[in-house]
Design a protein around this ligand. Structure first.
Ligand code: AMP
Length: 116
């Protein structure tokens, strides 16, 4: 059994963290190293190491995360312009192996591109 990730420890309350939003399926908190003026993480309470490990059994949970991304964007007042990112695997920049969505906003994103 692999050791719990930092996100599991945050969810368990072992690392005090202010939640911007939480419900029975997910929590949302600020990224400690923001890549945009608004940068929060949406993390399911149930740990899935990475998106490619998700199965059809996780469909409802993954849909929940997407719906809540819109809800959280409205809470933050950025619903008109935000970007969601999921890094899958170390080669794609994933550093915490507990699936999460990055929600970023208030930054000029390049039009039509995936960088910047
Ligand atoms: P990723 O590289 O996609 O796995 O994203 C992990 C993110 O978690 C990075 O953007 C980190 O800055 C962020 N992070 C790591 N530890 C913490 C923490 N204790 N609180 C908030 N964000 C964190």
């Amino acid at each position: 059994m692999s050791s719990p990730t930092i996100f599991s420890r945050i969810i368990a309350g072992e690392i005090p963290t202010d939640f911007i939003y939480e419900d029975e399926f997910c929590v949302c908190f600020k990224d400690v190293h923001p890549q945009a003026p608004t940068h929060v993480l949406i993390v399911p309470r149930h740990p899935i190491p990475k998106l490619a490990d998700a199965t059809t059994a996780d469909q409802t949970l993954l849909g929940h995360l997407m719906v809540k991304a819109g809800h959280i964007a409205r809470l933050l007042g950025v619903e008109e312009a935000f970007r969601l990112v999921v890094n899958n695997g170390a080669g794609a920049g994933q550093t915490v192996f507990h699936l999460h969505l990055h929600l970023m906003a208030n930054k000029k994103f390049s039009e039509g591109g995936l960088n910047g």
